[in-house]
Design a protein around this ligand. Structure first.
Ligand code: EPU
Length: 420
């Protein structure tokens, strides 16, 4: 398994172009299953999760071409079930279920288990399918949804932590070809859901209200091919912004949508980080001491859980106490023990981490446990004295396009050590 060797202490300086959003492109790729015609998706990041989704689509029978950030899919004839274990490998692939049910009236996938960040049930996805008239059966580790006919209906998708992002995507995609009107209440408001809806509407769907908790889908008979450019990745942008602040650097993030980043930018601003905006470029820098800030993760437009670990890394460098509360995923604190290995002082109390920041970090070998935890360890390593070795880099490759290369271009001393 590859690892990253980071010699810390160099401020990041320069410009970095933000890639397309992983969490937008995965459901959009799944949505191409809803039509027999060709769909073209641009600004697709080169990530292992994207390659995996391409494999799933191909396995289902679609023709898939991925080249230079463009994915072209033609799903003329597809199958909706089979003996495969794909969803367990990448949880995001659960979003093939909605389109398969919508188009074929039948979808069988292996039931995703929990993962390192929490239990991650899919009860709300299944509740939505049932509301549309599907019969859902769970048997031998598989979940099958099938319906003779899907009929539009009211669907309430609120759960214990607010709404569900992929659940909203799945129910929308099952409802676009249903008969009649579906109204989703307590829908996820994330920009990635809005991007999916933009793509579906370009395919001929009739969906209004995306970005609000009420989304209305008027079923249509068929969808056609469409072209789409994926939104920039707000979490990748947040990660580089935090890394700039952590290293006393100044970085211009090119091609972002600052309006998707209010919660993160507000907290950085409160912490004393300087941020200036020019169109779709954001320049983030730091010259003085930072102040601690308390953070609670929430559904959009609250502070994103996907930037919690990175922000914690920054707070370990900030003199004072900050309290970071995780409200979306119950065990998303796997980075805490590894940050502690670098010298951070963090205690976990229920859903909160109490960070006593300001002690200097020093490099050490650390183990990445999930995608965002890995990003936090890279940020800490960039700011620490000495050398940090981040093991299991495949987690980072799932969600950050060429992170080591991008960081090197910003002046970081970071090398990928390939497994021989
Ligand atoms: N939940 C339920 N029932 C369900 C679905 C979700 O109780 O049927 C709960 C979850 O357990 C969690 C909360 O609802 O407590 C929110 O989960 P959600 O369903 O919104 O998460 P997701 O759609 O599976 C996506 C992203 C995650 C991101 C979350 C929250 C993709 C591929 N994944 O997951 O991204 O953390 O939304 O914003 O879009 C990441 O990129 O590192 C990542 C984990």
């Amino acid at each position: 398994m590859d690892s990253l060797l980071i010699k810390g202490g160099t401020p990041l300086r320069g410009e970095v172009t933000i890639s397309g959003a992983k969490n937008a492109v995965l459901p959009i790729m799944a949505a191409t299953l809803l039509t027999q015609e060709t769909c073209v998706i641009r600004r697709v990041p080169d990530l292992s999760d994207v390659r995996f989704m391409a494999q799933i689509l191909a396995w289902l029978g679609a023709e898939v071409h991925v080249k230079n950030g463009t994915v072209r899919v033609t799903a003329k004839k597809i199958k909706g079930s089979g003996d495969y274990d794909l969803v367990r490998k990448m949880r995001g692939s659960i979003c093939i279920m909605g389109p398969l049910l919508g188009r074929l009236r039948k979808a069988t996938v292996s039931l995703p288990g929990g993962c390192i960040i929490g239990a991650r049930p899919i009860n709300l996805h299944l509740k939505g399918f049932e509301a549309l008239g599907a019969k859902v059966v769970i048997d031998s580790g598989y979940v099958e949804a099938s319906a003779k006919k899907l009929k539009g209906a009211p669907v309430f998708l609120g759960g214990r932590s607010g709404s569900t992002v992929l659940g909203t995507a799945n129910v929308i995609m099952a409802a676009v070809l249903a008969e009649g009107v579906t109204v989703i209440e307590s829908a996820a408001c994330e920009p990635e859901v809005v991007d999916l809806v933009t793509f579906l509407n370009a395919m001929g769907a009739k969906i209004t209200g995306a970005g609000s908790p009420t989304i209305t889908i008027t079923g249509v008979e068929r969808l056609h091919g469409a072209e789409h450019e994926v939104i920039p990745d707000r979490i990748e942008a947040a990660t580089y912004a935090i890394a700039a602040a952590a290293t006393h650097g100044e970085v211009t993030l090119r091609g972002v949508r600052p309006e998707h980043m209010h919660a993160v930018l507000d907290k950085l601003n409160m912490a004393g980080v300087k941020i200036s905006r020019e169109g779709t470029n954001l320049t983030v820098g730091r010259n003085g001491r930072l102040k601690p800030v308390d953070i609670t993760t929430l559904p959009y437009s609250g502070f994103p859980t996907d930037a919690q670990a990175q922000m914690m890394a920054l707070m370990t460098l900030t003199p004072g106490i900050s309290i970071i509360t995780e409200r979306i995923f119950e065990s998303r604190f796997m980075h805490v023990s590894e940050l502690t290995r670098l010298g951070a002082d963090i205690e976990i109390e229920g859903p909160s981490a109490i960070v006593k920041g300001g002690k200097p970090l020093s490099g050490a070998p650390v183990m990445a446990s999930d995608l965002r935890a890995s990003a936090a360890l890279v940020i800490a390593g960039l700011a620490a004295r000495g050398t940090t070795q981040v093991n299991r880099v495949y987690h980072l490759d799932r969600g950050y396009e060429s992170m080591d290369l991008k960081l090197r271009q910003l002046g970081a001393r970071i090398e990928r050590v390939e497994e021989t």
